[in-house]
Ligand binder design. Structure first.
Ligand code: ADP
Length: 488
């Protein structure tokens, strides 16, 4: 199937399309054969003078992958920019972000500890302990907006926990996933010791497919399989619900990281320059195509005009163009459909009473490139029920509304079925606690929008998802707890 460059809509590569159920079944069979480094491998290594215990071998495998990812940062960034359109500078940051999950879970691999539990039985006649065990083959389904990082955020903890993975990347961005798998598993011209430290091919398979076969072939077969024990999905709420329903048939473990409509609340005691600066990042990173993107900006009456004025000034400095152009800060949207969708959100929002405060112009040269460009746009007086505030816009459109007091804005921020991220700008320490506790989301940024990293638990509440990725909690999603009771 063809892969398109969103900056020109020209074909940049072809990748295999998984069109038969048999291909998916055989990938599942291969995944079932995978045995994570075990005590037996450990003994063999010891005999060879390699004094490492088995979990350390999992860590070694991940560390080696991490080294290779970092060594190929320029290639990976170029691939991500080519197929997703994001500015090259952002793609480089994504490589580092992606690598951070591999390094973090290499560390966690050796800390998958069980517990010993005091016996409740008479005369202490039993011993009780737990063993963390791999859940089994994992289906990992990722979106196109962070084609590298969303893959490693799932693969790294799955491998660290001892599981085999079958990754289905987004149809728009399969090349980043294939490049990551190549770096993980490929061992050309390397000595036996090095080969031992790469990821076995049975542990990481990638099935690429177009939209229809992703759903009807790969998704369907993975979800109905009893052998696949875990689904980790990042994408739209509708797709997540559909997959979770299918996964229920074989009682799989499910983690879902779905959409959000993040509020950004600016109180009148905030550092307005800082709020504007953070808002620019939280709104326009990856052209607004992030699940934690600022979606609803609420500004307190007395600082509203000042905030809007400063935001416009910053927006005027955005540069729209091809991600490979070093001046570009806003690349194309992922598809032509995405441009049409964002345009219709803007139209509907204007029809419901909002006004345009600023809209950038896309240069003739950029327009002539045939890419999926949409100009950064700022709307004011946006009603809460409008298309822009009620949905995840996933584009470079910022919308501002006024509010007058704390209780009111908390109610409005919470009046949604989504609950991924929320941002609060204030210098009142009491308010920091009150508002961060009151907003119904999985993640809160206080005076900060750059909240994603490998050490903190990423995830949402309500329709924004189940489970957490990254952090010490991220590996739990890939482990079962087996309990052993020994009678003495
Ligand atoms: P978007 O609309 O941004 O493409 P989706 O949620 O549709 O987001 O897609 C995210 C990922 O989930 C992609 O890899 C896509 O192919 C995959 N996907 C969507 N629906 C299904 C499904 N029913 N079965 C399997 N994969 C799916």
């Amino acid at each position: 199937m063809p892969v398109l460059d969103p900056a020109s809509n020209t074909v940049i590569a072809h990748v295999p399309n998984t069109i038969t159920e048999a291909e998916v079944e055989s990938a599942i069979e291969v995944a079932r054969t995978y045995k994570a480094p075990s005590a037996k491998v450990c003994m063999a290594h010891r005999q060879a003078g390699d004094n490492k215990f088995s979990l350390q071998l999992r860590a070694d495998m991940l560390n080696r992958w991490n080294d290779r990812v970092l060594a190929h940062i320029d290639d990976l960034a170029a691939i991500a920019t080519l197929e997703s359109g994001k500015p090259l500078r952002e793609a480089r940051s994504e490589v580092l972000y992606a690598a951070s999950f591999i390094a973090f879970f290499a560390g966690e691999a050796i800390r998958t500890n069980g517990a010993t539990i005091p016996s409740p039985h008479l005369q202490n006649r039993t011993r009780i302990w737990t063993l963390p065990v791999p859940v089994g083959p994992c289906a990992l389904i990722t979106p196109w907006n962070f084609p590298l990082a969303m893959a490693t955020r799932k693969i790294a903890p799955a491998l660290a926990a001892g599981n085999a993975c079958i990754l289905k990347p987004a149809p728009e961005t399969p090349l980043s996933a294939l490049a990551l798998a190549h770096l993980a598993c490929h061992s050309e011209n390397e000595g036996i010791a090095e080969v031992r430290r790469v990821v076995p091919t049975a542990a990481l398979q990638v099935l690429t497919a177009d939209r229809v076969h992703a759903r009807d072939t790969v998704g369907r077969v993975l979800m109905r399989s009893d052998a696949v024990r875990k689904l980790s999905f990042t994408g739209s709420t509708a797709a997540g619900i559909a997959l979770a329903q299918q996964a229920a048939g074989s009682v799989k473990r499910v983690s879902l990281e779905l959409g959000g409509v993040a509020p950004l609340i600016v109180f009148d005691d905030a550092d307005i320059d800082r709020a504007v600066e953070s808002c620019m990042q939280g709104k326009f990173r990856n052209a607004g195509q992030t699940c934690i993107a600022v979606n609803r900006i609420y500004v307190q009456d007395s600082v509203h005009d000042q905030f809007v004025e400063k935001l416009v000034r910053k927006m005027e400095a955005l540069r729209i163009g091809n991600g490979f152009d070093t001046n570009t800060t806003i690349g194309p949207l992922i598809t032509r459909d995405a441009v049409d969708r964002v345009a219709s959100v803007v139209r509907d929002t204007l029809a419901s009473g909002a006004t345009v405060v600023h809209q950038a112009t896309v240069s003739k040269g950029v327009l002539a490139s045939g890419g999926n460009f949409f100009p950064p746009t700022l709307l004011a007086d946006v009603p809460d029920q409008s298309a822009l505030f009620a949905n995840e816009v996933f584009g470079p459109v910022a919308g501002v509304a006024r509010f007058s007091d704390e209780d009111e804005v908390i109610k409005r921020a919470n009046a949604t079925s989504a609950g991924l991220a929320g941002y609060v700008f204030t210098r009142d320490v009491g308010r920091v606690h009150r508002v961060s506790e009151a907003i119904n989301v999985g993640m809160v940024g206080v005076n900060e929008c750059a909240i994603s990293n490998e050490v903190a638990p990423f995830g949402g509440v309500k329709h924004s998802g189940i489970g957490r990725e990254g952090s010490v909690h991220g590996i739990d999603e890939y482990l079962d707890t087996k309990y052993v009771c020994l009678g003495l």
